[in-house]
Design a protein. Structure first.
Length: 274
């Protein structure tokens, strides 16, 4: 399995890393577009401002700046965020430049918010013997109508423990757009004993299926529901013709993904200017 995604003796192939980055960039750009973000693309930069006062509402998706221009460009973006009085998120990936980007962000007053492993897997492979068990009475369905989408959002927000300002943003998007599936995104909702308890989200980009939004309600954890939602998303991606999938693992889900056969290939970091 790993041979298809790694170069012998050299770790993950550049093509795989580029695809994993592209998938995450597309997922964040999809959110930015839904937020009505004002996108700008400059040499080495892709960013947006939506004006929303939440950490994901304004972001630098791609930063690949030359050494000689980095200080000016980074300072200008941070100054723009302060002028607009909104937080600004910087997404750092293996291709981010310059090499001292993190130190430059710290100098501008940004803080490290999150550091997570980027993982990938070949779809269609037999599950490892170590794969966790899943509850047989969990029903997982693809969201296809408005009421189910509203329930999906409620479970997602409760599962991740989002504070009210973030919940308000997501439900505003739902009220505006319906937030229903399209060509680039699919939503899965899991119900256990007749009660909605789990979510998963698929976003497609870079030739990969990206798994996001894997959440379980606190009262339903340690029952294998997160595992089941992950497997359902993987099977949905395979059914849609994808050969590989990627995700960014939270500490809570990391061991589950490892036991399902996912491999770690890189780190993604998020810096926030609050």
């Amino acid at each position: 399995m790993r041979e298809a995604m790694e170069q012998p003796g050299t770790g993950p192939s550049p093509e795989l890393l580029a695809a994993m980055e592209a998938n995450l960039f597309e997922a964040y750009a999809h959110l930015g577009r839904a937020l009505g973000g004002e996108f700008q693309q400059r040499p080495g930069l892709l960013f947006f401002f939506s004006g929303r006062p939440v950490f994901f509402g304004n972001g630098v998706i791609r930063c690949q700046l030359a050494e000689e221009e980095a200080e000016e460009q980074i300072a200008a973006l941070c100054a723009e965020a302060r002028r607009r009085q909104v937080p600004l998120t910087w997404l750092l990936s293996p291709s981010s430049r310059p090499v001292d980007l993190e130190q430059r962000l710290l100098t501008q007053g940004c803080r490290l918010d999150e550091e997570v492993p980027g993982m990938a897997i070949e779809l269609g492979q037999p599950l490892p013997a170590t794969a966790p068990a899943v509850p047989e009475d969990l029903v997982i369905e693809e969201v296809s109508e408005a009421r189910a989408m509203e329930i999906w959002l409620q479970v997602l927000c409760a599962g991740f423990g989002f504070p009210e300002p973030i919940r308000a943003v997501f439900f505003d998007l739902y009220q505006r757009y319906g937030f229903l599936p399209g060509q680039q995104v699919r939503y899965l909702l899991g119900s256990w004993h007749g009660e909605p308890v789990g979510t998963a989200l698929l976003t497609f980009g870079g030739g990969l299926a990206g798994l996001y939004g894997i959440a379980t309600l606190p009262q339903a954890r340690r029952q294998g529901i997160g595992t089941a939602m992950t497997l359902a998303a993987m099977r949905t991606a395979e059914r849609l013709g994808y050969r590989r999938a990627t995700l960014q693992a939270t500490p809570m889900g990391l061991n589950v993904y490892r036991r399902l056969g996912w491999q770690e290939y890189c780190l993604f970091k998020t810096y926030v200017l609050a």
